[in-house]
Design a protein around this ligand. Structure first.
Ligand SMILES: *[C@@H]1O[C@H](CO)[C@@H](O)[C@H](O)[C@H]1NC(C)=O
Ligand SMILES: *[C@@H]1O[C@H](CO)[C@@H](O)[C@H](O)[C@H]1NC(C)=O
Ligand SMILES: *[C@@H]1O[C@H](CO)[C@@H](O)[C@H](O)[C@H]1NC(C)=O
Length: 370
């Protein structure tokens, strides 16, 4: 039975690959053929034979003002060229949702909001059961009317996703991170920096407008420093409901403290990049991380990625990762039911990166602030 199942999943993967390629064809006719083939496969996925629903992770993390909570194990349509490709994202999202996943994360700069929206509809899962996240991508240049511009961006995202509201939308990054990482901003004067900072505030106000208009249920921030978040909160009196960022068990203590600060303010944490360490580690770190996660995996009767996923659940942090590969959906969505012990959590966190490294790749602010 198991072998058949595996074979069928392999077959499904290759079929979906074919479908993916077909989605790339612009002809409407072949697109509708591909869509109906995908529908048939999704029906199979939903059938009791495929669905091992009992151990699908339905955990959620509380969000201020939401009865529902943020699904703990999300699918982010990012970040490799394959991960963001609309032709891959459409069936990827549908497959993840059909398998029981309930949270999809995109952003205008990924160029796949339209495909995400198609995947939502293909899955047949009712809209109200899905948590949809997208972002407002702040531009580097000065805008005439940033607040108005933000309103247009919100509408454009809703249009591309073909939904009447998103569950959360966040200011994708703060100015300090842009300033540190973008060569184009290397020479801005102090005055220009302050002006751009005010522009970010206007964009945040635009998100608040969208929330009041019912187009965005919750607003958030991503890659902002504590000072920047305080600035937004102090100026508007509105706290972001969700803080997005790169958070892993291997972050320096300073960054984890920053994440704790946000939690203490009442923000829900949404982490991306749970498995990035696999490619970012130095050889010695990689060896340690691999040996620790596989030791724990053996102990808990889980996979190494389920051990890392469990860390987020234990901390009350939602996470999202690309689940383009059917095997990732299977692995990541089926989480470990028991918590890691305090000792094992400490072991998992024991090999840390230094601040330099995390600042360089993609900072969760915290290191640079003293
Ligand atoms: C948008 O969604 C509706 C169903 O909610 C569907 O009928 C329509 O075809 C979709 N539009 C596009 C452009 O995909
Ligand atoms: C910034 O200024 C330096 C020194 O004047 C110059 O070499 C560099 O090209 C400038 N960078 C940009 C992005 O304008
Ligand atoms: C925001 O307000 C708090 C409380 O008044 C203050 O401690 C903090 O320094 C302010 N932060 C910023 C960045 O304005």
């Amino acid at each position: 039975m198991k072998l058949v199942g595996l074979w069928a999943i392999g077959f499904l993967a290759s079929l979906l690959q074919t479908l993916s390629d077909r989605f790339a064809v612009t002809s409407e006719e072949s697109e509708s053929v591909a869509t109906s083939l995908l529908q048939t496969e999704l029906q199979r996925l939903r059938s009791p034979k495929f669905a091992t629903r009992a151990d699908v992770c339905t955990d959620t993390v509380p969000v201020t003002g939401s009865a529902r909570g943020l699904p703990a194990i999300g699918y982010i349509a990012c970040c490799s060229p394959e991960d963001v490709k609309p032709a891959n994202v459409r069936p990827g999202v549908a497959r993840y949702l059909a398998a029981g996943g309930r949270r999809v994360v995109t952003a205008p700069c990924y160029g796949n909001e339209h495909a995400v929206g198609q995947g939502l509809r293909d899955s047949g899962v009712p809209r109200e059961h899905i948590w949809v996240t997208t972002a407002l991508d702040p531009p580097d240049e000065a805008l005439q009317n940033p607040r108005h511009w933000a309103a247009g961006q919100v509408d454009a995202s809703l249009h591309r996703l073909n939904v009447s509201y998103v569950d959360d939308m966040y200011l994708h990054w703060g100015l300090e991170n842009e300033y540190k990482t973008k060569i184009s901003l290397a020479n801005v004067t102090k005055e220009q920096y302050v002006e751009l900072g005010e522009q970010y505030l206007e964009l945040y106000r635009g998100l608040i407008d969208a929330q009041r208009a019912g187009k965005v249920r919750h607003i958030g921030v991503g890659v902002h420093t504590q000072k920047e978040i305080e600035y937004l909160m102090n100026a508007t009196g509105v706290k972001p409901d969700i803080m997005h960022g790169w958070i892993t068990p291997f972050m320096p203590e300073k960054q984890l403290s920053f994440a704790k600060w946000a939690m203490n303010q009442g923000m829900t944490l949404s982490a991306w990049g749970p498995y990035n360490w696999d490619s970012l580690d130095e050889p010695a770190e990689l060896e340690s991380h691999r040996s620790i996660t596989s030791e724990l995996a053996k102990k808990y009767g889980a996979t190494a990625s389920q051990i890392v996923a469990r860390w987020y659940l234990d901390k009350g942090i939602a996470m999202c990762t690309s689940m383009l590969e059917p095997s990732y959906v299977k692995d990541d969505l089926h989480c470990l039911r028991s918590s890691l012990s305090a000792e094992d959590t400490a072991l998992l966190e024991s090999v840390k990166w230094d601040c330099q490294k995390t600042d360089f790749f993609q900072p969760l602010p915290g290191c640079s602030e003293d």
